[in-house]
Ligand binder design. Sequence first.
Ligand code: ADP
Ligand code: ASP
Ligand code: MG
Length: 449
Amino acid sequence: MAPALTIAKFGGTSVADYAAMQSCARIIAQQKDTRVVVVSASAGVTNYLVSLCHDELDAAGIAETVAGIKQIQYAIHECLPESVQRTEQLEKLLSELTLLAAQPSLRTNDMLKEQVLSMGERMSSLLFTDVLLEMGVAAEVFDVKQVLRTDDNFGAASPILPEIKRLAQVHLAPRLASHVQVTQGFVGADEQGRTTTLGRGGSDFTAALLAEALKAQLCQIWTDVIGVYTTDPRITAAARPLPELSFEEAAEMATFGAKVLHPATMEPALRQDIKVFVGSSKEPEKGGTIIVRDCQDEPPYRAITRRKEQVMVTVKTPKMMYAQGFLAKVFEIIAQHELSVDLVTTSEISVSFTLDNPPNSVAERLNRETITQLQDICEVTVERGFDLITVVGNNMQTSVGVSSKILSAVTDNQLRMICFGANPHNMSFLVKAQESDEIVQKLHRELFE
Ligand code: ADP
Ligand code: ASP
Ligand code: MG
């Protein structure tokens, strides 16, 4: 049998400063099976990097942004024992960043952007390794680009699994016995070795992919909450942590907006039957949520999630009645533009659908061209300003009274695109963005309090 192996991932707030990193290092020091550590950028750093890539900054703005990043990283560096090697490496990374940030083509060159975006994880992995060493854990930095092969869809790259598995066995597995490997979440490389990134929040996905590639039994996601809650605890203080969840429930929650897990995190776990633990790096003694294939209980309501900034498209044609192939044409146009349809509702002459954002991307992908092409075959209306609310549970479509109980909590609100029944695990609808906090609170009261 393969030796027990755990992959541990620490998110941005967990590696935000020296004290936070020390809490993480204490966790690793106590877990002999944890041989790979995936780190995010220190909190705030990726936002600064995104700003360098996307905002129109003048020279002073660029300098200020780079200074903000330097301040976060040096604050950690200076708490550590002096090391010429680390000082040199950090300075090298920061001068590389300074050079990239000053490139006039940065905002239009996707490849440069990826190099900039990867900087946060490169710096945090360097610093965290020394925090581990200081705590007596034999650790070294491992360059994730050696194994995390992706396509070249810059900004939202997709992993190439067979290659990741092969490369991990060649480059990563042999190193686990001697040192804990500290590597970068969120970052990958295409076939030509060019840097790519997996989309915002992608470090969870990195950890799960490495767990799959190395046949780990457990993937730990250490974050700033003591597990997955009944809903985002920032929306209601009544939210409570869930001790156990099934892969399917967690996947639904992640897909429908529970930020605590990147939407793709559960895919590798499902394929390889890897348990996923979610807990707080600041309060590891409080336990967390364990996500497994089969749960003891399967309640009809498990959690409520919210996904913001939904775009609803309605296509209408009087010819749709009896018109064969109309929907196929609509979806073909959507697919040509690499958009994917999320929710769908239909009537006799019209179809409404929402577009799935690429995982955690901030990019607006519904462009003029797509709309124009759709207008060639039908009337098109685009509406914005919605949030998508989803109740996640079990056997929902076959249990009596589930949908009416959910809807009875929101009788005073306008709901659009109610989707129910295609899947045992969810009921979703769009609501006006400005009402969504209140709606989640009302639903939470009705279903969980
Ligand atoms: P990290 O930087 O560790 O990856 P994230 O900010 O990405 O952390 O995810 C943790 C946050 O996810 C929490 O602080 C919480 O506000 C939010 N969140 C959203 N939905 C949930 C949920 N159902 N359970 C727990 N946290 C949630
Ligand atoms: N640092 C990246 C982000 O902020 C990836 C991650 O934290 O998971 O999105
Ligand atoms: Mg995250």
